[in-house]
Design a binder for this molecule. Sequence first.
Ligand code: CUK
Ligand code: CUA
Length: 644
Amino acid sequence: MKPVLGKISSLLLGTTLITSALAATDGELAKVMKDRGLSEIDVVRAAKTYNPTGVKDKYVVFSSGGQSGQMLVYGVPSMRLLKYIAVFTPEPWQGYGYDKDSLEILRQGNIRGREINWGDTHHPALSETDGKYDGKWLVINDKANPRIAVIDLEDFETKQIVPNPVFKSEHGGAFFTPNSDHILEAAQYAAPFDNEYHPIEDYKETYRGGVTVWKFDSKIGRIIPKDSFTLELPPYMQDLSDSGKGISDGWGFTNSFNTEMYTGGIEVGMPPNEAGMSRNDTDFLHVYNWKKLYELSKDPKNVKIVNDHKIIPIEIAVKNDALFLIPEPKSPHGVDVDPTGQYLVVCGKLDTHASVYDFKKIQKLISNKEYAGKDPFGIPILDMKKSLHGQLELGLGPLHNQYSPVDGEIYTSLYVDSQVVKWNFKELKVLDKENVHYNIGHLAGMEGKSADPQGEYIIALNKLSIDRFQNVGPLHPQNHQLIDISGKTMDLLVDMPLPLGEPHQAVAIRAEKLHPHVRYEMGTNTKTGEQHIGKTLAGQERIERNGNHVTVYATLVRSHINPERITVNKGDKVTIHMTNLERAQDETHGFTVDNFDVHASLEPGETSTIEFNADIEGVFPYYCTEFCSALHLEMMGYLMVKDP
Ligand code: CUK
Ligand code: CUA
């Protein structure tokens, strides 16, 4: 039982200050409280999250935007939305997918030559130095169309999308290694690595799971596909993963949930009559030495090539003592390495317990070659009991974990119970529970999965909001709930409705670690960071014709677009390079030509390009789409398309 009375009385003690402020304001606060029906606890909670105008937040949160294929940025504790980051989906305001350079980024995400315009984002990760967030890069996965995107935190723009060459779906990405030299991405639904048809009867022979270890160059912030490889795994469904740190640095950990290899009606290699993905009491935690595997991947003898991509076969990994399995309670979800790297906390949706594995014990079993058996693919299995530090019953549906700076303190989401539980994973003791609304999935601590968790707050990312907000139709907003964890017991402060997509996971970083710039060097191609081929300074504006290709070099500055008239022939291909000549902070100009489905957002100093075929005759105004000055409406011109 939750100590409700204790919680309220401790909150009331904290309100002494408010009470005296109340008296001092001669009843004004009391009047507001009365008019709005607020209690003193409500007022304390409001004060803990209120930012007066101009006051900024202490933490910045990057949340997955789920089915929107985008990301969201908001501040903590105010829970104010700051930005959408366009990732896998076209985003008109920022011109993402509507100008030439961003369209090239979006199209890097083509799979087998086909355009994909949506994504199912799940797990954002912030780049790390020594396991601590360094505020440089952000990556996120797409579960539906297995891809990883890289976002530059100097301008919060997507710079790279890398499709996975062998997976057909993925969920165990993206996880940075402690110095961001690699990113781990595990598959989800097992499928053949190649792109051919293989009958489901051949599941065990031809379907595979895996973990892709992407090489990441943290100086330039790009994934290097040619130096990356995939560790082949059995067709158990892989799930969430985490990278080791501290004493487990060099190792990766990936859950699985279908060691039965159930395929929906036909079960391979298993006795009949007992079908299903959760028949076994345990599934497998995959433990692999990605650092050793990376070295092995450099020798062609150790890899086979599928879709131009290096695969390390199971046998090679086993032969080199780089891959092990440990039983874990069935259908696990999160595996979360603690700040020291010694403990791994695994939570199973169908088990009320959390399992705390001790990497020191795992290491000892591995170095003694003390195996409890082998799986059907020849992978050594380590004994579960001998690997465990212990287990603790937490409640129904434990999913994900976050850490705090207090030694041994951990916060776990309980999906079925709709609660956050605070407990000690070393002493195996429940400390507190807090109700959330409703059916929490992930929870986000402040740097709560790094080597340097900050505590203070936890955000509950709930799957359902039901009655929390105004009814806006059957599709309800998502509900992010901010919880104060600075006291002995948790205290839910405020709800934030989120009208985008399902926020599977969010990561929070101290705002002081972020240093985005406010303008670009003049003429920058923001997608490459280099000088744009279309860079145009004042006085260099021109229109060039080469056959039926017309290239315009334009500038935008308050309050005109130069040139103000572009005349072309019907059938011409038109390329317009534009440079925003502004130096002032926040002086963005937008650019569109009516009827041609193009749009660019030009931040100060940025050069961008739009391209279209002038395939219809007529007169088409073009204009600046951002209200940028008193003469904003005058910032326009005409595209004249005539039949020659
Ligand atoms: S998942 Cu959604 S609640 Cu994709 Cu990390 Cu667990
Ligand atoms: Cu420039 Cu409006």
